[in-house]
Design a protein around this ligand. Structure first.
Ligand code: 5AD
Ligand code: SF4
Length: 470
């Protein structure tokens, strides 16, 4: 079983302190050492990057947005699709000449891509300017590995331990002062046949409810307004951890914290989404009326091949209960097209599911074979042209539905958390509703980080437009 370790008491803390001392001794002219972080992939990676930045600052580095000015470059990678990996490798390739100009630069690569042995070998052999890699579940190894390299140690490429520890008290440098990520669990036990995550992030392990509550309380006290709980499958939170707190119980506990904030969470595996979970969302005012419930495919045959452990009928029943309890709930999904063996009929079943469910939004993906996963070896891989055309049909259908659903909001007044000036919208502000809809409206940039009420005047497929109501 994984252990819960406190970074402050573990060797990580002392390694960080030693790096700090070392940098101080090398900055004879008082110069600053700078770090640059580049993040690919999901919210979990964004959350991890905030911890890596926190660790870098603890070690005495200061942030730069310019890789060319950095003494430490950290690349936090994704392996969910091949496209992400290719892009990452090409970016790492561009750091080669930065290192040529500055041989003391340290390049560290972490995240899911380097959870795979073949990628570690590739980086070791073909990217000699990469100094260290450490796996996604073991960020706390970073200071020790960096210290060793700075002291002249060999390049090193660590694999994930069988059961990674859960590290508490890792410093976090948050990007936002009002939106925060909070990981509640790490890893995944589900082994969906297309997915690399269980191989690179290891088995499920949960944080203690007391630690999570303390973090959320701290954030609310600091003025955070929007808190997203993260886990690959939050519904199995607590399983096997020796604690008897289920995810719905954790949600209720966090929602009872005093203060003006909204709780989101992701991701919920449909097989584990219970009535208890839906009741918690319905009952608790501070839990966003929104559920990300990835269907992946509307075909029962494909769902079985994907090892998803539910069929569309069961999914539909859960959704019916959700909508009965929370009529205005927003529902989103992930959909994969072109899974091996997907026939036109299977794909039609997915389109039909979209028409029936009427998601507010979907995240659609073209199936990408991941080496080491069962689906990569299945026969009947779908040709690219078929995958691409199904993808376009899927997106076109969903865009129609998203627009229709957004139009229903015209005339309504929604509570929006303002994110400041919107890019490319003529100085207008942008924000998100509790249901994660993007709203554009006129107002003063000082509203950033505050809730405002906005009446929707016009809807588009991806954005709503409106005006502030006093
Ligand atoms: N190919 C395409 N999409 C994938 N996803 C996970 N693995 C793959 C893959 N091999 C998608 C799933 C998951 C989302 C985060 O990424 O839809 O829910
Ligand atoms: Fe991947 Fe399935 Fe685990 Fe999600 S639940 S991370 S899709 S294996």
């Amino acid at each position: 079983m994984s252990e819960i370790i406190s970074m402050l008491n573990a060797s990580t803390g002392s390694a960080a302190e030693k790096v700090r001392t070392l940098l101080r001794s090398r900055s004879g002219d008082g110069r600053l050492f700078r770090y640059y972080v580049r993040t690919f992939g999901c919210q979990q990676n964004e959350a991890d990057s905030e911890k890596l930045a926190g660790l870098a600052e603890l070690m005495g580095y200061v942030k730069t947005e310019e890789p060319g000015a950095a003494d430490l470059i950290i690349v936090n990678t994704c392996a969910v699709r091949e496209h992400a990996e290719r892009k990452t490798l090409s970016i790492i390739g561009q750091y080669k000449h930065i290192k040529e100009n500055n041989p003391s630069l340290v390049i560290a690569v972490c995240g899911c891509m380097v959870g795979q042995e073949h990628r570690r070998t590739e980086l070791k052999m073909r990217y000699p300017y990469v100094d260290i890699t450490f796996p996604p579940g073991s960020l706390h190894l970073f200071p020790g590995m960096l210290l060793d390299r700075l002291r002249g140690g060999k390049r090193s490429f660590a694999a994930e331990p069988e059961q990674p520890d859960v590290a508490e008290d890792v410093p976090v440098r948050r990007e936002s002062s009002y939106r925060a990520w909070v990981s509640v669990m790490y890893g995944c036990n589900n082994f969906c046949t297309y997915c690399i995550v269980p191989y690179v992030r290891g088995r499920e392990r949960s944080r203690r409810p007391d630690d999570i509550e303390a973090e959320v309380r701290g954030l609310v006290t600091e003025g955070y307004r929007d808190i997203t709980l993260l886990g690959q499958n939050v519904n199995s939170y607590g399983r096997g951890s020796g604690s008897d707190c289920t995810f719905p119980q954790l949600l209720r506990r966090l929602a009872s914290i005093e203060g003006d904030f909204v709780l989101h969470f992701m991701t919920s595996h449909p097989k584990d989404a219970t009535r208890e979970l839906i009741d918690a969302i319905a009952d608790e005012k501070k839990i966003a009326k929104q559920l990300h419930l990835p269907l992946q495919s509307g075909s029962d045959r494909i769902l079985k091949l994907m090892n998803r452990h539910y069929n569309f009928g069961e999914y539909r029943d859960k959704l019916a209960y959700l909508r009965e309890r929370i009529p205005d709930v927003s529902v989103t999904s992930d959909i994969i097209v072109g899974f091996p063996g997907e026939t036109e009929e299977d794909f039609e079943a997915t389109l039909e599911a979209l028409r029936e469910v009427r998601y507010d939004r979907i995240f659609s993906f073209i199936y990408s074979p991941r080496s080491g996963t069962p689906a990569a070896n299945m026969k009947d891989q779908i040709p690219d042209n078929v995958k691409n055309s199904r993808f376009e049909r899927l997106v076109a259908l969903q865009n129609e539905i998203s627009l229709e659903k957004n139009r229903q909001l015209e005339g309504e007044t929604l509570r929006v958390l303002c994110d400041g000036v919107s890019k490319g919208n003529g100085g207008m502000l942008e924000g998100r509703t509790e249901q994660d809809k993007i709203v554009i409206f006129a107002g003063d940039p000082s509203l950033s980080g505050h809730f405002v009420n906005v009446r929707v005047t016009r809807a588009e497929t991806f954005n709503l437009y409106g005006e502030i109501i006093k």
